[in-house]
Design a protein around this ligand. Structure first.
Ligand code: FHN
Length: 443
């Protein structure tokens, strides 16, 4: 396929990965937490006895929900159980290295006391700055904070999804100024912020603002050197999002992996990426009544390891309720993931893709600095023989359980570059486990 290459003013400003310290830190997180919290947590997917089948944070767009009723919910927002330190501690115990917090979702309600609108936490009975408390609590736990910000804002009078008239354009100019002011305000108020996680940037109206968005991005990056912004922020001058007209990614990492994970290393085109994942099928904000499949910790751990094995980060979403509680289902999963991470975290932190052919038993990861290699086993073959195919000039010469370094696992050569790692667990395998595999490389 021939590569197009035209000169763009607002396309990608860098080819290939960022190599600076901040981005290396980002790359090595492995596991993150997402928090969707706002006034949508009050109805929790219900209105006047009716069940909203969509994602709870979208309830305002439901025909059964009067807009006015929704827009007045903030008058009841008083999450007395909210304990930022408790949330941060739980995230730490789960093993999260970074958190992405909704400062405002599409409804426009601000969890910080923005001076540019009245639709904020300051006007709720709760009054106190929620973002400030979360930033302090997560900073104190050593978890890096990223601010989620929705470009869509259903509350701002100048917001439009498309610009059809001159009057629309005029109004939208106010909205652009407001958007810029709020972003500058956020970075000024919370200077420990490591990055911005943009969303709701798919409107035609926003896509047409290539120059403005590009300039804004530059301004924000100047405010916090090393600031990380993904590919969901801006479009190029031809309206292409994520990837510009030449096919080059715009931003520091690919933000297109929402509720899905790449299958192979080719799928990521050499870019950094994160996967953001819900626990039920598609609920981000609090929905009191999860319907359908709810993921188990083993499934989530597999998604985490799969992401790391393909050079990405895995970010698990939490949707606290209207009182500020993290729901018991989420607490239980966080504890189960945390227990697994306690023993196995070294296969996640600082690890990435190992260039060995993937096998059915699970995933390889490799520590980017030390080169230590791991086999993370999710499907134990009944034969007890785990197939390993290695590149030329690589000989596996020792294998042992991460949990039991003294365990010496037999390696049998079956063909050139192909081996069996023989392991017969004494008890039924209920959790994914790790085999460390040591190799000698020759020229
Ligand atoms: O519409 C939102 C949705 O509510 C949620 O915030 C997710 C998170 O990635 N983003 C949008 C859908 O892509």
């Amino acid at each position: 396929e021939k590569r197009v290459s035209i000169t763009l003013k607002h396309g990608a400003h860098r080819l290939g990965k960022r190599t600076d310290k901040q981005m290396q830190t980002w790359r090595n997180y492995g596991l993150g937490q997402f928090i969707h919290w706002g006034v949508y947590a009050i109805p929790g997917g219900h209105w006047e006895g009716k069940y909203y089948p969509g994602a709870a944070e979208w309830i305002r767009s439901w025909k059964e929900m009067p807009k006015e009723a929704y827009d007045n919910l903030y008058k009841q927002f008083n999450p007395e159980k909210f304990n930022a330190r408790g949330w941060a501690k739980q995230a730490k115990e789960m093993g999260a290295k970074y958190v992405i917090i909704t400062t405002k979702h599409h409804d426009g309600f601000c969890l910080w006391p923005s001076k540019y609108t009245d639709y904020t936490i300051a006007k709720s009975p709760y009054k106190k700055d929620i973002i400030g408390q979360l930033v302090d609590a997560y900073d104190a736990e050593g978890i890096d904070v990223y601010l989620y910000f929705s470009i869509i804002d259903w509350n701002h009078p100048g917001y439009r999804s498309s610009l059809k008239t001159e009057a629309d354009r005029k109004e939208y100019e106010d909205f652009k100024t407001f958007t810029r002011n709020q972003l500058v305000e956020l970075l000024e108020r919370y200077p420990s912020t490591k990055g911005l996680w943009f969303d709701g940037s798919w409107d035609k109206a926003w896509i047409e603002q290539a120059e403005f968005a590009d300039e804004l991005g530059r301004e924000l990056r100047e405010m916090i050197p090393g600031l990380i912004i993904g590919s969901r922020f801006r479009a190029d001058e031809n309206g292409n999002r994520h990837f510009d007209t030449n096919g080059d990614m715009m931003g520091d990492y690919e933000q297109g992996w929402e509720r899905k994970i790449p299958e192979t290393i080719e799928d990521i085109h050499g870019n950094d990426w994160d996967c953001v994942m819900t626990i039920p099928e598609n609920q981000w904000g609090y929905h009191s009544d999860w319907k359908g499949h709810v993921k188990t910790s083993n499934e989530l751990i597999e998604m985490l390891v799969k992401s790391v094995s393909l050079d990405g980060n895995f970010v698990l979403n939490f949707g606290p309720d209207g009182e500020g509680n993290i729901r018991p289902e989420e607490t239980k999963l966080a504890a189960e993931i945390g227990a697994w991470m306690d023993v196995n975290k070294e296969v996640v932190y600082g690890c990435g893709y190992l260039d060995w052919k993937k096998q059915d038993w699970g995933y390889y990861t490799v520590n980017r600095e030390t080169g230590k290699k791991y086999m993370v086993v999710f499907n134990m073959p009944v034969s007890g023989a785990l197939r390993v195919k290695v590149p030329d000039n690589t000989r596996p010469d020792k294998a042992y359980l991460l949990e039991q370094p003294e365990s010496d696992i037999t390696i049998e050569e079956i063909h050139r570059n192909e081996y069996f790692v023989h392991y017969k667990p004494m008890t039924p395998v209920k959790k994914p486990f790790v085999i460390v595999i040591e190799t000698t490389e020759s020229d």
